[in-house]
Design a protein around this ligand. Structure first.
Ligand SMILES: CC(=O)[C@@H](O)[C@H](O)COP(=O)(O)O
Ligand SMILES: NCC(=O)COP(=O)(O)O
Length: 246
């Protein structure tokens, strides 16, 4: 069974820091703790409104941590310039609306291929591995393949938010999308809203290579500590991979 990487998203360490406008808690310190806890990568989303992660955080993460940095960014010239400046391991292109509380869905790649194609090319030329944050939709997957993106990240928000038959339906969509991604040669990641209660069915999907998880881990850290929160998530992911789905 293939290894499943855990990318820890530290956005909401910065949310707490920004609540008072100071320097504590430091997202880069959180990234070091995540590495010590066994994270395989760090994810950080530099939003246009800088509501949590700041430009200085990205600069320090790029220069100070030894784990691969997955830079989440909107498809804008501003963010492209920042990505080219810091050359993260990966860039995940995500939709953004200033008025949204959090990411509400996947990027409509199929509806913007000619706008996104040059962005993917410029990031790729800089040695940055490009991921597209999309819904579990075969048309979106084919569009990502068409524009040359090597990686997709399937949005798991609807799966996490629903229960019962609706969650089962979302899970089936994600499983089918992950299978299609593998069939057309795309590396498949998944993320958004995952928790201890929801992670195992997603982690059990053999064609998913990476999960990006943040908000829940930061919240759980308030009660058990950041390293323990991450280690628990890692244990659940490993159990799922060994066949302990559920
Ligand atoms: C793309 C995604 O699902 C998250 O990584 C993203 O960072 C969510 O935005 P907030 O972190 O601002 O909630
Ligand atoms: N792309 C998903 C991610 O990085 C983390 O999302 P969340 O766990 O903070 O909802």
């Amino acid at each position: 069974m293939s290894f499943l990487r855990l990318g820890v998203n530290i956005d909401h360490v910065a949310t707490i820091r920004n609540a008072r406008g100071g320097l504590h808690p430091d997202p880069v310190r959180a990234a070091h703790l995540a590495a010590a806890a066994g994270a395989d990568g760090i994810t950080a989303h530099l939003r246009e409104d800088r509501r949590h992660i700041a430009d200085r955080d990205i600069e320090r993460l790029a220069n100070e941590i030894n784990l691969p940095l997955n830079f989440e960014m909107a498809a804008t010239e501003e963010m492209l310039a920042i990505a080219l400046r810091h050359r993260p391991h990966a860039a995940c292109i995500v939709p953004e609306r200033r008025e949204e509380r959090t990411t509400e869905g996947g990027l409509d790649v199929a509806g913007a291929k000619e706008r996104l194609r040059p962005l993917v090319a410029r990031l790729t030329e800089a040695g940055i591995r490009v991921s597209m944050f999309i819904e579990a939709d075969l048309r979106q997957l084919d569009a990502c393949h068409d524009i040359g993106a090597p990686v997709v990240e399937l949005h798991t928000g609807a799966y996490c938010e629903h229960g019962g038959e609706d969650r089962d339906r979302e899970l089936a969509r994600i499983i089918a999308a992950a299978s299609h991604a593998q069939a057309i040669g795309l590396e498949c990641h998944a993320g958004h809203g995952l928790s201890f209660d929801t992670v195992k069915p997603i982690a059990a999907i053999a064609s998913v290579a990476e999960l990006n998880i943040g908000h829940f881990l930061v919240g759980e850290a308030i009660f058990v500590g950041f390293e323990a929160s991450i280690r628990h998530m890692r244990q659940l992911m490993d159990e799922a991979r060994r066949g302990g789905g559920g």
